[in-house]
Write a protein that binds this ligand. Structure first.
Ligand SMILES: Cc1cc2nc3c(=O)[nH]c(=O)nc-3n(C[C@H](O)[C@H](O)[C@H](O)COP(=O)(O)OP(=O)(O)OC[C@H]3O[C@@H](n4cnc5c(N)ncnc54)[C@H](O)[C@@H]3O)c2cc1C
Length: 250
């Protein structure tokens, strides 16, 4: 560390207010509400060990971020935070919920890592559902993935069957609500394509790990599209971080 570097101070963290929204699927979206920190935040978190703080990102700092990433020193990446508003079908949200690291680690609570808040079907009736435009075929060699699409003719038939099923389901749901059944119970008839909304606050580590695992061929196609939207947002705002993280895997 040079003498000059040691004398430099940093005004805590920078705050960027972002309002970008990217539409995903037929009615979903990813909205980046806010970020907290930047690439310098990562560097300064790492350099606090030496009592050094910097105000500008240098070439050496970029090397340090690369070093931290390559040697799995992930904790400095947990000081740069993102807050998203996400609207996605329940089937996608269940997968997204599995990504939890880098939120809060100081309490003994069993949900200490979580920063998820979700719209409640107990307060608000469900109104939106995901209708796939294209139905995919089950992959023969991967138990979980899809592979290719059904024929155009079959796709038309399936879309009709699905619409019929959804009309009946929505009718039943609305009928139960009209009969005075509690929303928390009426929703038992609803399928996994119901849209839900969350606010997700996460660290850069959690986000980049999410993108890495889900913008990938074996992940469900729908969640790949959410990961791609988030990757676009990271690439636009923090290109250095984005390129360092993904040059390792692409
Ligand atoms: C294609 C695919 C299929 C999947 N199928 C299933 C399935 O069938 N069933 C199912 O239950 N889940 C499934 N998952 C979810 C998967 O098991 C993970 O829970 C999910 O991807 C979250 O990943 P993560 O633990 O890396 O994320 P996070 O919890 O956000 O963790 C981020 C990173 O922090 C570190 N970390 C986290 N916890 C620890 C720890 N305890 N010790 C040390 N380091 C830690 C690791 O580096 C980790 O990668 C699937 C995921 C994918 C991508």
């Amino acid at each position: 560390m040079s003498e000059t570097e040691q004398k430099e101070t940093v005004p805590g963290v920078d705050k960027h207010v972002c309002t970008d929204t990217l539409n995903v699927l037929d009615k979903g979206y990813v909205k980046l509400i806010d970020t907290f920190g930047d690439e310098l935040t990562i560097v300064n978190a790492a350099r606090v060990s030496f009592g050094v703080q910097k105000t500008e990102l240098s070439k050496g700092d970029i090397g340090l971020i690369r070093y931290l990433y390559r040697h799995k020193h992930y904790s400095p990446f947990r000081h740069l935070m993102f807050r998203f508003h996400i609207k996605a079908p329940e089937v996608v949200m269940r997968q997204l919920y599995k990504h939890i690291v880098g939120i809060e680690a100081t309490s003994d609570s069993s949900v200490k890592d979580h920063a998820w808040n979700e719209i409640s079907g107990r307060y608000k009736p469900v109104v939106d559902y995901y209708y796939p435009d294209t139905w995919r075929k089950q992959s023969a060699d991967s138990k979980q993935a899809s592979d290719g699409v059904v024929s155009t003719e079959t796709n038309v038939e399936i879309k009709k069957l699905f619409e019929h099923h959804m009309n009946n389901t929505i009718m039943l749901y609305e009928d139960l609500l009209e009969r005075g059944v509690a929303r928390e119970q009426a929703r038992l008839v609803l399928p996994m394509n119901q849209y839900t909304e969350v606010i997700w606050t996460c660290s850069a580590q959690a986000l980049l790990n999410f993108i890495w695992l889900r913008d990938e061929g074996t992940a469900q196609v729908e969640i790949q599209q959410y990961a791609q939207a988030m990757r676009e947002m990271v690439r636009e705002r923090f290109p250095t971080l984005h390129d360092i993280w993904f040059e390792q895997v692409n």
